[in-house]
Design a protein around this ligand. Structure first.
Ligand SMILES: Cc1cc2nc3c(=O)[nH]c(=O)nc-3n(C[C@H](O)[C@H](O)[C@H](O)COP(=O)(O)O)c2cc1C
Ligand code: SF4
Ligand code: SF4
Length: 266
């Protein structure tokens, strides 16, 4: 590749994957320099996929998605699988809430290879857990400044590796089992709205990645069957009217409060 684009592609209901994807892309752009990088483009899959086929060509794409249950979030898998890559390398990134990413990075690597990318580098970063609340913080505020500095250095290092033509003969080695861990049964649950606090502003409906929220008589109602439990609505509600009561939150707070650091594979 003589000159190529850097693409930042992400599915990110609570914006931690988005933050890291954008900073890794910045690092890639800096690492390549203006002479090699034709520009940075952004593809946000959080609220759906573009009409028509998505083809990424002559690019180095950083692709980031959250970990749900040790796997790549299902909606991210569905939306990423429509991408076709031509003459392009990928930097695979998963964001997890300080518990574990288990098989998610391996799964993302496989998915991106099926799309047609060569996976040149990979990383697992930590993002504030979807179930984190101010009174029960789990990786609160992450990715923070230290994480983002690492994300930028990681992007620059991945660019250096690509410029030096150091692609592995085989596949990049990343942690994770194949076959991946089996997903637990989906238990339908969605945030519940306290009507006495709800302002009827509709912000929750606008941030929901799967359109599970509607307003009924000016109050928010979430559909538990389509809800992915991402908690974007809870975190964005200006009135604190939405409550997602997960039995896991207290356990995560108790057992996974000790800070973990990003893992990088080059
Ligand atoms: C349904 C669900 C399952 C999750 N499973 C895990 C997990 O297995 N391990 C973990 O450390 N974090 C887990 N998380 C936390 C997210 O991976 C984490 O908050 C991530 O930063 C969210 O990404 P986003 O901000 O891009 O949406 C889970 C979150 C949700 C909503
Ligand atoms: S964001 Fe909060 S206040 Fe606004 S409609 Fe939704 S639940 Fe009600
Ligand atoms: S309704 Fe469910 S899927 Fe939609 S934003 Fe809220 S938690 Fe996420």
């Amino acid at each position: 590749m003589d000159r190529f684009f850097v693409d930042a592609v992400y599915y990110s209901p609570t914006e931690t994957s988005e933050k890291v994807a954008k900073v890794v892309a910045e690092g890639l752009e800096t690492g390549f320099g203006e002479g090699r990088c034709a520009g940075v483009r952004y593809l946000d899959l959080t609220h759906g996929v573009p009409d028509g086929p998505v083809c990424i060509r002559d690019s180095v794409a950083v692709i980031a998605a959250p970990v749900y249950g040790g796997r790549v979030a299902e909606t991210a898998v569905e939306r990423l699988s429509g991408i076709r890559a031509l003459n392009s390398a990928a930097v695979a990134v998963v964001l997890y809430g300080n518990r574990d990413y288990e098989d998610a990075l391996a799964e993302l690597q496989d998915l991106l290879e099926t799309c047609g990318f060569r996976v040149a580098a990979a990383a697992a970063f930590i993002g504030e857990h979807s179930y984190s609340r101010p009174w029960m913080p789990i990786a609160e505020g992450r990715p923070d400044g230290r994480d983002l500095a690492k994300a930028k250095d990681f992007g620059a290092a991945a660019a250096g590796k690509l410029l030096a033509g150091k692609m592995p003969d085989g596949r990049l080695a990343v942690p994770g089992n194949r076959p991946y861990k089996i997903k637990g049964t989906h238990v339908p649950q969605a945030p519940v709205c306290d009507d006495s606090r709800c302002l009827g502003c509709g912000i929750c409906a606008s941030v929901c990645p799967v359109k599970a929220i509607s307003l009924s008589s000016g109050k928010a109602v979430a559909d538990s069957v389509s809800c992915t439990k991402c908690c974007a609505c809870v975190k964005n509600c200006p009135a604190g009217a939405l409550v997602f009561d997960s039995p896991f939150a207290a356990i995560l707070y108790r057992d996974f409060s000790e800070r973990k650091e990003p893992a990088i594979f080059l």
